[in-house]
Design a protein around this ligand. Structure first.
Ligand SMILES: [Zn+2]
Length: 114
């Protein structure tokens, strides 16, 4: 049900944007999806059809850009990718206290309207 709520929120962003620009139809929506969100893109596509039914965003194509998880070391400042096991240990200095800098995104990057 997580996906239902986030899909509703991006649909509302798209519809507001489309309305503001006097669009007749939303054609495509480009979404940045962080791998840490646990959001499954095909569920978003499924709910999209439900939440946009009878709106100008119905039938829009959703494109997902997957954003990998990256962390930044608090000690040496190095930035590095984090694997699936989410071990944040810095590969350069061994520091454990690293900060996640990407992978939590779920944002509308751009919208194509007509
Ligand atoms: Zn480090």
């Amino acid at each position: 049900m997580h996906e239902m709520a986030v899909t509703e929120s991006i649909a509302s962003i798209c519809l507001k944007h489309a309305e503001r620009h006097g669009a007749r139809k939303v054609l495509q929506v480009n979404i940045r999806l962080g791998e840490l969100t646990g959001i499954v893109d095909r569920y978003v596509v499924f709910y999209w059809d439900v939440v946009t039914k009878d709106t100008i965003a119905e039938g829009a194509k959703l494109n997902f850009t997957k954003v990998p998880v990256r962390a930044r070391c608090q000690r040496c400042g190095d930035e590095y990718p984090v694997g699936e096991e989410l071990d944040l240990t810095c590969p350069h200095c061994g520091e454990l206290d690293s900060e996640i800098v990407s992978g939590k995104e779920f944002t509308v990057e751009s919208i194509e309207i007509e």
